[in-house]
Design a protein around this ligand. Structure first.
Ligand SMILES: *[C@@H]1O[C@H](CO)[C@@H](O)[C@H](O)[C@H]1NC(C)=O
Ligand SMILES: *[C@@H]1O[C@H](CO)[C@@H](O)[C@H](O)[C@H]1NC(C)=O
Ligand SMILES: *[C@@H]1O[C@H](CO)[C@@H](O)[C@H](O)[C@H]1NC(C)=O
Ligand SMILES: *[C@@H]1O[C@H](CO)[C@@H](O)[C@H](O)[C@H]1NC(C)=O
Length: 399
């Protein structure tokens, strides 16, 4: 039982890593660039309360970390090898698909072997029996209740821990049958702070969330570990809520931390919200270039890569000028198999998004998931987890 659960985590982590693996970024562009219009426009179908949130998910293999997702038993190593094989098969399959999927209609997407089938329209944004973690307790997203948040100045400023160089060549964009995703080059990375835990979190139901605390371990100051960016993707509305309120959109960016071996990997999420503003925000020029690919993506199968040139773009561009953020652990993937053990970091203040970009994202999400269907999961119970916060001491009030 433990083995099969761990196996699913490995497969899932491999899928996350696959999303941004350099070999996938290099998949040849297979033509089919006739820019057909986005399928029926559902403009206006998204409620006005929708926000654009940007989330970065981080995944990592931990060999010496106190936060292992998977025990390093020989049996699990076998599973890991298997998941690596599945990953490479799936990757080459994508390469083949990308060469032959000219103008692939969105209605008949190519199946992706690591994605369990799920539908926001059927499961209402929660997954019930679809999730393969039957006893899961520490799930994401969550509602951040401000009165219960614990301030921890030692967590530090995330914006100063990132190494997000300017993009020199193309990024690749694609859809995964549910949302828009962006692959980045592997040299994007960030050092994410994490607390020590007395007892490693190992997917056991008996793990006590209170052991993950600023002073729970022998060291009081959180240490930081380096995670490598794999991909970013969008949710509309936001998945994370603050005091019960959604934002218009949420972007998740996935990072992976590889340990010294292949035994362990942990996953984390770094999130930023985006909101429309009453006066109407200016349209971001980088988002403009990324979203220009949407009509083409909708004619392609899931994970069929499409190159976009973003000269001068850096992920740092997406960090709010007020760097206040929330942190909790453990969290989970917000889609099946909902694997647990992710570290989550959610920036408090939304970036502005212009109405036109918001509508493009809303239309894309509905074209993939169904009319008036949004791709956010319901918030999940905390089950004893504590929400920590680093407060920006000098917020930029002009933001
Ligand atoms: C974001 O937008 C939502 C509704 O569109 C609104 O309820 C919320 O207050 C906004 N948040 C901020 C910080 O502007
Ligand atoms: C996981 O945690 C449980 C409960 O603490 C423990 O019984 C079990 O031995 C642990 N498993 C591993 C592989 O560390
Ligand atoms: C894609 O999503 C649709 C709608 O949610 C679903 O009906 C279909 O089975 C999915 N296809 C794949 C390959 O996951
Ligand atoms: C970027 O993509 C364009 C097509 O959109 C292609 O012509 C160009 O060669 C690519 N550049 C690099 C450096 O991959």
């Amino acid at each position: 039982m433990e083995d099969s659960r761990a196996y699913r985590v490995l497969v899932n982590a491999a899928a996350a890593a696959a999303a941004a693996a350099p070999n996938r970024v290099q998949v040849p562009f297979g033509g089919g660039s006739t820019g057909r219009p986005v399928r029926d426009s559902y403009a206006g179908a998204c409620p006005s309360g929708i926000s654009f949130i940007l989330v970065l998910i981080v995944a990592a293999l931990l060999t010496t970390s106190p936060l292992p997702l998977v025990a390093s038993s020989p049996g699990l190593r076998d599973h890991w090898s298997l998941s690596r094989r599945l990953l490479s098969e799936s990757t080459s399959g994508d390469a083949a698909a990308s060469q032959h999927s000219v103008a692939q209609p969105a209605a008949q997407p190519v199946a992706h072997s690591e994605d369990p089938p799920y539908a926001y329209s059927v499961h209402g944004g929660d997954w019930g029996g679809v999730c393969s973690e039957p006893k899961s307790r520490f799930q994401s997203p969550v509602d951040i209740v401000l009165k219960d948040v614990v301030n921890v100045p030692a967590l530090g400023d995330l914006r100063q821990r990132g190494h997000y160089p300017q993009v020199q060549a193309n990024v690749s964009v694609y859809h995964n049958n549910h949302t828009f995703e962006i692959s980045f080059h592997e040299d994007n990375r960030i050092r994410l702070p994490m607390f020590d835990v007395d007892k490693p979190y190992n997917l056991s139901d008996s793990w006590d969330a209170s052991s993950y605390a600023p002073n729970g371990g022998s060291r009081s100051k959180p240490r930081a570990e380096t995670f490598h960016l794999t991909q970013c993707h969008l949710h509309c509305l936001s998945e994370t809520e603050i005091d019960g309120s959604h934002f218009d959109v949420e972007i998740h960016c996935v990072h992976v931390r590889h340990g010294g071996g292949e035994e362990r990997e942990s996953v984390g999420v770094w999130a930023v919200f985006m909101n429309r503003t009453t006066g109407g925000a200016d349209c971001d020029p980088y988002l403009e270039k990324l979203l220009a690919a949407v009509p083409e993506l909708l004619h392609r199968g899931p994970h069929d890569l499409f190159p976009v040139q973003l000269p001068g773009f850096s992920l740092s561009h997406l960090l709010p000028s007020d760097g206040t953020y929330f942190h909790y652990y453990p969290g989970s993937l917000t889609t099946p198999p909902c694997s647990e053990g992710l570290l989550w970091y959610v920036f408090k203040n939304p970036l502005p998004i212009c109405d036109r970009h918001f509508e493009t994202i809303s239309d894309l999400v509905q074209a993939l998931n169904g009319r008036k269907v949004q791709n956010f999961r319901q918030v999940q119970p905390l089950h004893g987890r504590v929400m920590y916060r680093w407060m920006d001491p000098k917020p930029d009030t002009e933001a």
